[in-house]
Write a protein that binds this ligand. Structure first.
Ligand SMILES: Cc1cc2nc3c(=O)[nH]c(=O)nc-3n(C[C@H](O)[C@H](O)[C@H](O)COP(=O)(O)OP(=O)(O)OC[C@H]3O[C@@H](n4cnc5c(N)ncnc54)[C@H](O)[C@@H]3O)c2cc1C
Length: 407
């Protein structure tokens, strides 16, 4: 009998297992993969709020030791102007983009070191129930034998196609099809000098570049999800034509470098899933998949893990009724994550800027504190609800007017 079974051993699952095991709970973590295992379907950016959590858990030094660059400069090239800023309210004051074979392994090693039991090559099949309550799982070992394990709680950290979510019948809300989101085409490059984290935004398209492990750079273009798909052999020409049109400078630096891996081109459907029920909960993409345009998923996953582990610890250690205590996970997760999900979805439309948006960015160019707060929305240290509140937008407009008067 385990206290908790966690299905999925990447950033959401390994972090949840780590935090619970450190509190002395008996944790089993399973994954169909074997580790170390890479995961290329991600551009790896862990924003400021995520870096602060890694620091709090004592794992940021291991990320740094992997020679993953410390990302402290952020720019957004809007054509007419370039905004620069640093998210406020951050302790570490930096973002990182470790390859997943690095980050997931650091979290998993720490979970195992804390006492979690890891079983690899194990495919979750279904939950076990006692009446309405989930009390364990069945899974298939790699030799085809069936594994049955019981637990006081089951956590689904098995990604956006979560079979745990399906087994427990979690309902989805704030759902968007992939055509309503962004289409991201990216690759790793070497030999490319960067000016920090570079974002380039133009109507109906974006581009980006930042550093990752192995002295490599991740760079991509983002188009609306309705854009026609490009044949594999044409991807390189398509990428450079779009990049050239947005930033001849970044295009030239990328051309002078070397592409190190195949192109990845993908869009995802997004959603929130109800993340908790009797004996179960969902963390990371299993419970909330956000459009990749804001590179928010890993930071979300780490924050979910932190919150869920705290509530599970309280419930498991008898500080309150287990189910009632963990039920608080849903509203607390949504208070932070839903505004970011909806902001990401809106941004993924890549709509041409309205006059108000142009005015906002013009004002931000003269207001560094608020430009920093805008970058904080991405760094997840400032809520989009606060930044885009009528009061804050009015404050930004007023500061622009008083600057114009004094000039
Ligand atoms: C194009 C793209 C770019 C992105 N870029 C970024 C970015 O720059 N920054 C960022 O923060 N996020 C980014 N994301 C999102 C990020 O990749 C996800 O949010 C993150 O991987 C979620 O982590 P997770 O641990 O919840 O799930 P996953 O990383 O999906 O891991 C789930 C694990 O569960 C295991 N599993 C699944 N089913 C089973 C089963 N039945 N039995 C056993 N094991 C199972 C899998 O093997 C896997 O190891 C991007 C996503 C995409 C698509």
């Amino acid at each position: 009998m385990h206290d908790v079974i966690v299905v999925g051993a990447r950033c959401a699952g390994a972090a949840t297992a780590l935090l619970l095991a450190r509190q002395g709970h008996k944790v089993l973590i399973i994954d169909q993969d074997r580790f170390p295992s890479d995961m290329r379907l991600s551009t790896h950016l862990v924003w400021h709020a995520g870096a602060d959590l890694l620091q709090k858990w004592g794992l940021l030094d291991a990320v740094r030791a992997s020679l993953c660059p410390t990302l402290t400069e952020f720019s957004l090239d809007l054509g007419e102007l370039v905004l620069k800023g640093t998210p406020p309210n951050a302790q570490v004051g930096a973002a990182f983009a470790p390859k997943r074979i690095v980050l997931d392994q650091i979290l998993l090693d720490a979970a195992v070191a804390a006492g979690a039991e890891l079983r690899e090559g194990v495919l979750f099949d279904d939950v076990l129930r006692d009446g309405e309550r989930v009390v364990g799982i069945t899974a298939k070992n790699s030799d085809g034998s069936v594994m049955t394990e019981q637990a006081r709680w089951v956590v689904g950290a098995d990604g956006r196609h979560s079979r745990v979510a399906r087994s427990v019948g979690s309902t989805a809300y704030h759902e968007f099809p992939k055509e309503a989101g962004s289409l991201n085409t990216f690759a790793y490059f070497s030999g490319v000098p960067l000016k920090g984290v570079e974002f380039i935004s133009r109507p109906q398209r974006m581009a980006y570049a930042w550093g990752t492990n192995d002295d490599q750079v991740l760079s991509g273009i983002i188009l609306p999800g309705t854009s026609p798909r490009v044949a594999r052999q044409d991807t390189e020409a398509h990428f450079f034509a779009a990049m050239e049109a947005m930033s001849p400078d970044l295009a030239a630096r990328l051309r002078a470098g070397k592409r190190e891996e195949d192109w990845i081109s993908t869009g995802v459907s997004t959603f929130c899933r109800h993340p908790v029920g009797p004996g179960w909960s969902l963390v990371g993409d299993a419970g909330l998949t956000v459009d990749p345009i804001t590179a928010a998923g890993i930071t979300n996953a780490l924050r979910d893990a932190d919150l869920l582990a705290e509530l599970l610890h309280q419930g498991l250690s008898g500080q309150g009724d287990l189910e009632e205590t963990v039920a608080a996970y849903a509203p607390r997760r949504d208070a932070v994550s839903v505004p970011l999900h909806l902001f990401s979805q809106d941004m993924a439309r890549l709509a041409p800027p309205t006059d108000e948006v142009i005015q906002l960015f013009t004002s931000l160019a003269h207001n560094q504190a608020q430009a920093d707060r805008y970058f904080g929305v991405f760094g997840q240290t400032v809520s989009p609800t606060d930044f885009f509140s009528p009061e804050n937008l009015q404050k930004i407009a007023n500061s622009e007017q008083s600057a114009a008067v004094s000039a």
